[in-house]
Write a protein of this length. Structure first.
Lengths: 463, 333
């Protein structure tokens, strides 16, 4: 953060989540600093020395109708006046309403030249109520955005939910925003230094803590490695609701069709399963061929879409040679009573099987995509690529952040963006630290493979 | 280049946010971020009155024929007797700060805006009309005869009739309009937009015309007294559009370039085609729009320029800086 710019912390969260409690704690524990608070909803500020300004949320709109270009007029007006005061402020806190879109608030500090010159967005802090968050995420795009935009998320009122419920909430939050600092609190009692000055936020460390979001999103939920000696038969049936399934595993999908693929692997073992899964991502990207019951199935990079109307459908499986094969299934096999039987009718058990985390693509509209790799970034290729990505997908990309190893530079290049706008600068030297590149995108309709491929094309070819 | 001579100087208690000279030229008022308003004899700089006007800061000042109006962050507008400095009335704005304050040309009716609410008052502070826009008011201007009040809110300019309060028409653009300026002859309404363009509508036809190509948003506009020039900020140079003859359509604007940093303040002389510009680089420049792109005078203050004003009759211009200095400069040729 540039020393001369005044840091701005944005507090978001639904009414009753605990924003005002957090605000009062920041104000009371930071008595050494002059803090101005801009509020869009009335809260009980219990601290006299802070300057509190109430404002009506006001969106300034741009001609292209693009949400990425909208800024908050009320903030521009108020912050412009604050600069005229003799008593300079060390910090600004902006508290938004639960219904506010964090986009225009954040964009104000990137888009407006005057604001950009004087203020730096330090961080977006979202306070959520652990008991009601899931409900809010289902009902409200604002709640999803507030989680997606956050640099820090306070999972507040943890005392009101069971540890299991808390885990469920946390997993849901993580699926939307994989890199925010997540703090469990009961009374918004997070250490203040975890909420303020997060501008120096360490993206690499966040990825170490939570490496999951670097994993590709598999378009299937299950892979089983089988040893097949000859022809086999695949049996499957549409799942009903009367089989006593755990309701958590019931999500909305087409109950009468199932997408599958069978891929040969050279040997048994974890590595073979993993390589088949990676190959399966490409296979599942191909248009599936419909297969009616009785139609033969053969190993192929083209997946099949099985018609499962009726109780149990039987499909002969034909293989060219005995060996190891990996069956990839769109849904968990137990949901469709999926089994493989040998020619003599015995049920075949997989040698190895693996479940892939479900829900990335179909439960949650907003997700995180992380990219981490070694190599030197060509700065002109990168700026061309990132501006193309943000200008074409900026509506859907809420936040982007990254730390890059730029060719010819000994310092880390750090950038962050909000929708279509981004800002980058050189930060501390790499020194002896291993040099690599870390990027994250949080938003809707993100294509992990395409983003990864696009970024890797910005790397210098090894000499 | 001629350096403007200082006629007098004063030190204020805080950042000067607004300057205004009375219509008869007797008094200059300066409002500050501390909330005080200082009244000086315009010719000599003798301090006449200090008013405790608005807690948390003054935002706007305007002189009527016999009254001074001030508004501020306390959510109030106040009317003062311009001679004695005694308060006549205090008027609650709406919600939040009272950011805009303008007298009609007759000097007897006052318009004020706070948030989405606009009020029209007489010179005793009695309410004549009240309007509420759909968005916050970013600009307010009376037309020449004072019968119509224009307010920009969101991407629209709303034209209200003062006599019956009716909405005469709505002029639409697609991006938020950030100010409103009616030409002194009442023939053209101009407004800057956040999309880095300036719009104008000619009274009668009311067709939207757009002047684009700005590097930044044109936050400040100023019409010359003869309505022949519209000066705008938003570039390193001041962009001046000609409105005489064929008008700005197809014409090249004048570009007044002298400040080291883009000027953020403009003031037009109430009678002559003179313009003052002020910059964060501490400089102010005097321009004669008839003389073209050549600066006529220059002065430097000790901090960023915070406000500007002309004297209506005497050859004096006023400027204040962020350190609280107020200076009167001689502008006689």
């Amino acid at each position: 953060m540039t020393a001369s710019k005044i840091p701005v912390t944005v507090l978001t969260g639904f009414l009753g989540a605990g924003k005002t409690t957090l605000l009062n704690r920041i104000l009371s524990e930071h008595h050494g600093q002059r803090i101005a608070v801009i509020e869009n909803e009335f809260g009980e500020i219990g601290i006299d020395q802070a300057l509190v300004i109430n404002a009506d949320e006001e969106i300034f709109e741009m001609n292209n109708g693009c949400i990425c270009c909208t800024v908050r007029g009320d903030l521009i007006r108020i912050l412009g006046q604050l600069l005229k005061r003799r008593d300079k402020f060390d910090r600004i806190l902006v508290e938004t309403t639960g219904m506010a879109d964090p986009g225009p608030v954040a964009q104000t500090f990137f888009m407006d030249e005057d604001m950009k010159a004087q203020f730096a967005l330090d961080g977006l802090v979202t306070v959520v109520d652990a008991k009601h968050l899931l409900l809010h995420l289902d009902d409200s795009e604002e709640a999803q955005k507030q989680v997606a935009f956050a640099d820090v998320i306070l999972l507040n009122k943890c005392d009101l939910v069971t540890p299991d419920e808390l885990d469920t909430v946390e997993q849901r939050v993580r699926r939307i925003n994989a890199v925010a600092k997540l703090i469990r609190t009961t009374n918004a009692d997070a250490p203040i230094n975890t909420v303020l000055d997060v501008g120096g936020f360490d993206l690499s460390r966040a990825i170490e803590v939570n490496p999951d979001f670097l994993q590709p999103e598999y378009p299937f939920e299950w892979a089983g490695l089988y040893k097949l000696d000859g022809a086999a038969e695949l049996v499957a049936g549409a799942c009903g609701h009367d089989h006593g399934h755990d309701p958590h595993h019931h999500h909305v999908h087409d109950e009468h069709h199932l997408k599958l693929a069978l891929l040969p692997v050279p040997a048994s073992g974890e590595d073979a399963l993993k390589s088949a899964a990676d190959k399966g991502i490409r296979a599942f990207a191909n248009v599936a061929e419909d297969r009616a019951p009785g139609a033969a199935l053969e190993p192929s990079m083209t997946p099949w879409r099985l018609d499962l109307h009726g109780a149990h459908a039987h499909f002969p499986v034909r293989i060219a040679a005995p060996g190891h094969y990996v069956l990839l299934s769109e849904h968990a096999p137990e949901e469709f009573h999926l089994t493989l039987k040998s020619a003599d009718g015995k049920t075949l058990r997989p040698v190895l099987a693996k479940y892939f985390e479900e829900g990335h693509s179909h439960d949650e509209a907003v997700t995180s995509v992380g990219i981490q790799c070694e190599g030197q970034v060509d700065s002109s290729l990168f700026s061309g690529w990132i501006s193309a990505v943000l200008s074409m997908q900026g509506n859907d990309i809420y936040r982007s952040k990254g730390i890059l190893n730029v060719a010819g530079r000994d310092t880390r290049y750090v950038f962050q963006g909000v929708h279509m706008v981004m800002d980058g600068r050189e930060e501390q030297p790499w020194g002896d630290a291993p040099r690599n590149n870390t990027l994250v995108f949080i938003g809707k309709n993100l294509d992990r493979a395409k983003l990864t491929e696009g970024f890797k094309a910005c790397l210098r070819k090894p000499a | 280049m001629k350096v403007l001579a200082t006629a007098w100087q004063a030190t204020l208690d805080d950042y000067p946010t607004a300057l205004a000279v009375s219509r008869d030229g007797a008094v200059i008022a300066a409002g500050t971020a501390s909330g005080k308003v200082f009244l000086f004899e315009a010719k000599t700089g003798a301090l006449l009155h200090t008013l405790d006007a608005h807690a948390n800061g003054v935002l706007a000042l305007a002189f009527g024929s016999k009254t001074l109006a001030s508004s501020g962050q306390d959510g109030q507008a106040r009317l003062w007797d311009a001679r004695s400095g005694s308060q006549i009335a205090a008027i609650q704005g709406g919600s939040g700060w009272v950011s805009h304050l303008h007298y009609a040309p007759d000097g007897k009716r006052l318009a004020m805006a706070a948030g989405k609410v606009v009020k029209l008052l007489n010179d005793q502070g009695a309410l004549l009309q009240q309007w509420t826009a759909a968005a916050g008011i970013n600009g307010l201007a009376f037309n020449a005869v004072g019968g119509m009040l224009a307010a920009t809110a969101g991407a629209e300019a709303l034209l209200w009739r003062c006599v019956d309060g009716g909405l005469d028409r709505t002029l639409k653009w697609v991006s938020t309009l950030i100010n409103a300026h009616w030409s002194p002859d009442g023939k053209v309404l101009a407004a800057g937009s956040i999309d880095k363009s300036v719009h104008f509508w000619r009274a009668g036809a009311w067709l939207d015309s757009k002047m684009g190509g700005y590097a930044k948003k044109p936050a400040v506009l100023a019409w010359s007294a003869d309505s022949k020039y519209l000066a705008t900020t938003g570039e390193d140079a001041i962009i001046v559009w000609p409105f005489s003859g064929k008008g700005p359509e197809g014409s090249k604007p004048m570009q007044l370039l002298h400040h080291l940093r883009a000027p953020e303040l403009l003031a037009a002389h109430p009678k002559k085609p003179l313009l003052l510009s002020g910059s964060p680089d501490k400089s102010l420049v005097l321009w004669d729009l008839k003389a073209g792109e050549v600066p006529q005078g220059l002065a430097s203050m000790s901090a960023a320029i915070s406000a500007l004003a002309f004297h209506p009759n005497l050859p004096l211009a006023y400027a204040s800086d962020a350190d609280g200095q107020l200076a009167a400069y001689r502008i006689d040729p």
